[in-house]
Design a protein around this ligand. Sequence first.
Ligand SMILES: [Zn+2]
Length: 305
Amino acid sequence: MPELPEVETIRLGLSKKIIGLKIKGVEVIQPKSFLGDSKRLQGRKVLKVWRRAKILGVELTPSLRAKRSNPNSEIASLPSAPRNDVVLLFHLKMTGQLIYDNGKRFIGGHPTPDMLKALPNSHTRVIFTFSNGSKLYFNDQRRFGWVKVMQSEELRVQNLFGRLGPEPLEKGFTWQILKNNLLRHKNMPVKVAILDQAVVSGIGNIYASEACFDAGIDPRTKVGQMIDEQFKALHSGIVKSLKAGIKYGGATRAHFVDAEGRKGYFLDYAYVYGKDKKPCKVCGSEIKKIQLGGRGTFFCPACQG
Ligand SMILES: [Zn+2]
């Protein structure tokens, strides 16, 4: 599953491609993959592409209907006009792909051999057509991913993101917040605790191992035994490893391809993830792999003592 840096990489790439384009049509091939009314998207222009944890949001202009109902006094009618702006949400889950095609392809998500061949293919679930003729394909082999249309107001009310912890790359994420959230899991190994999306959002198995390495903390350390210096170091380790992930275009093994069609290669730069039995880049000791909470966990016994 893509982690925060991979989804952020798709957001950055897709932003360059689709902002300003108008949606001309939406074809839903697999109803299970599409939640909401696809007709609500027609004629709307893409204003912004944002990310919250691993969810991508495409903000669209309000529909023209509100304006048409008040043709004579557009300005005066604005405050009372119904707020009918909608947002389009994507979650790629395990095998989702977003492929933007304007003659050239830009691909984000789980790569498969068929993504460079004719589209749509047997895994295409939804096709968006823009007014300039370009298309955005949502493909998803295993169909756990989804596309959702929601009213912006509905999104606020439903509190879709309410269970998610803070965004690690935003200013509001401080080491004290990380500490307070982690302390809900006093008896848990720290590496397992930071995978809880309510503690901090968007961290998966790769960046959890990398963050502990950067902080010099043994991933098996119980949260309740950590001192403030370690919470500070872990906070900085989380931010640093996520930024490195974005810089190198994402990681998710060799399967991930970003919006420019580049394969993610962060793993070449990773210090511990996937490096078992290899020498530590810092001290030369052998990197160890253990199981923690059922997940492969990598660390350097010397640097993380
Ligand atoms: Zn080391």
